[in-house]
Design a protein around this ligand. Structure first.
Ligand code: C2G
Length: 162
C-alpha cells in the first residue's frame, strides 16, 4: 500500500528551509500531500503574507517532491484530510513540536528539525533594511543574502545535481 505523508504550511517567500523540509518528508513515504494556508485563514490567525494564496500554492504544486497541493482553510480540517488522503505520516518542522500530538489517534505524527538561520521573517527583516544602494550593490547590504541561507542538506543538493 502507498505510504502518504501530509504537511501544512504558509510557505510565504519560499526558501531552502521549506524545500529541505518537504524533501525530507517526501523521502519518508511514496506520496507527499501539502496543505497551503489560505489568505482568509492567515487573516484569522493574524498572519500577513507577502505573496497571496494563489502564488504560494502554485509554487508548492510545481515542486518535484510534491504530489498534491491542497488548501488549508481552518484548523479543524486536519483529521478529515488524514482520512480523505489515507495519510500514514503527518509531519511538521519542530517549531510545532507537540502541537499536533492529538492527531496520533489517526496516524504517525513527526516533527523534523528546522533548517537554521533562514525564515520568511528573517528575509522580510533583511529586505526592510535595504535601500537603493544595497539593491544595486547587494554586497554593501548590512546582512548579505548568503548569510541568511542555512545549511543546505545533502538530499536537496543531490536532487539539484541530477
Ligand atoms: N520550516 C523549516 N525550516 C525553516 C523554516 C520553516 O523546516 N527554516 C518549516 C516549518 O517548521 C513548517 C514549514 O516549514 O513545518 C512551513 O513553515 P511556514 O511557512 O512558516 O508555515 P507555518 O506558518 O508554520 O504553518 O496549521 C499549521 C500551519 O499551517 C503551519
Amino acid at each position: 500500500m502507498k505510504k502518504v505523508v501530509l504537511t501544512y504550511g504558509t510557505f510565504d517567500l519560499f526558501h531552502t528551509g521549506h524545500l529541505s523540509l518537504l524533501n525530507r518528508l517526501k523521502a519518508m513515504g511514496d506520496e507527499l500531500v501539502v496543505g497551503v494556508t489560505t489568505d482568509e485563514f492567515n487573516a484569522l490567525r493574524g498572519k500577513q503574507t507577502i505573496f497571496g494564496f494563489v502564488d504560494r500554492i502554485q509554487i508548492i504544486r510545481n515542486l518535484k517532491c510534491v504530489d498534491l497541493a491542497i488548501s488549508l482553510q481552518n484548523g479543524e480540517q486536519k483529521a478529515d484530510d488524514i482520512r480523505r488522503y489515507g495519510v500514514s505520516i503527518f509531519g511538521m518542522g519542530n517549531d510545532w513540536e507537540g502541537r499536533f500530538d492529538d492527531l496520533r489517534v489517526h496516524c504517525e505524527v513527526i516533527y523534523l528539525p528546522r533548517t537554521e538561520n533562514i525564515s520568511s521573517t528573517r528575509i522580510k527583516n533583511l529586505l526592510e533594511g535595504l535601500d537603493r544602494t544595497h539593491v544595486s550593490d547587494p554586497g554593501k547590504a548590512p546582512e548579505p543574502t548568503a548569510s541568511i541561507v542555512g545549511p543546505f542538506d545533502s538530499q536537496v543538493a543531490r536532487k539539484d545535481d541530477r
